[in-house]
Design a protein. Structure first.
Length: 140
């Protein structure tokens, strides 16, 4: 694991953050109903590797309880001024407790070629199968 520090922000620059992660761990595209609408593209960051630099007061939260579940599990945080979603956050034992799913397009200091060469995973959460890719990923 080679952790590197990256900077990110929303469109209006009201919310800015820094995060450390290993880009070689890759990023994800998901086909659940929410990710489809938001064109979500995210990568996981451990809770202790994410730091909000400014804009906490601008962040709004969306909680969604998927069908068949009793609670949301994830809080989607977005800038109330420009509307850009910055990340979702939740708790998962597999990810070491608190984690962030950072919206990749909000990363400002990411090298384009590095990103192109990093693994990209497609996950079939529309069918509750995060362990596999959907059969059709063309519009994800
Ligand atoms: Zn903003």
């Amino acid at each position: 694991m080679t952790y590197q520090r990256y900077l990110g922000s929303c469109h209006c620059q009201g919310v800015r953050y820094e995060a450390e992660f290993d880009l070689a761990a890759g990023s994800n595209r998901c086909n659940c109903s929410l990710c489809s609408k938001a064109r979500a593209w995210f990568l996981f960051v451990r809770g202790d590797k994410m730091n909000l630099l400014c804009g906490e007061e601008l962040l709004s939260t969306y909680e969604w309880v998927p069908e068949g579940r009793s609670e949301s599990g994830l809080s989607y945080r977005f800038c109330s001024r420009c509307g850009i979603r910055l990340y979702a956050t939740g708790e998962l034992a597999e990810l070491g407790g608190r984690f962030y799913a950072i919206h990749v397009p909000t990363l400002d200091s990411l090298d384009r070629d590095e990103l192109v060469n990093a693994p990209l995973r497609f996950v079939d959460n529309a069918h509750d199968r995060p362990d596999r890719a959907p059969t059709d990923t063309r519009l994800m």
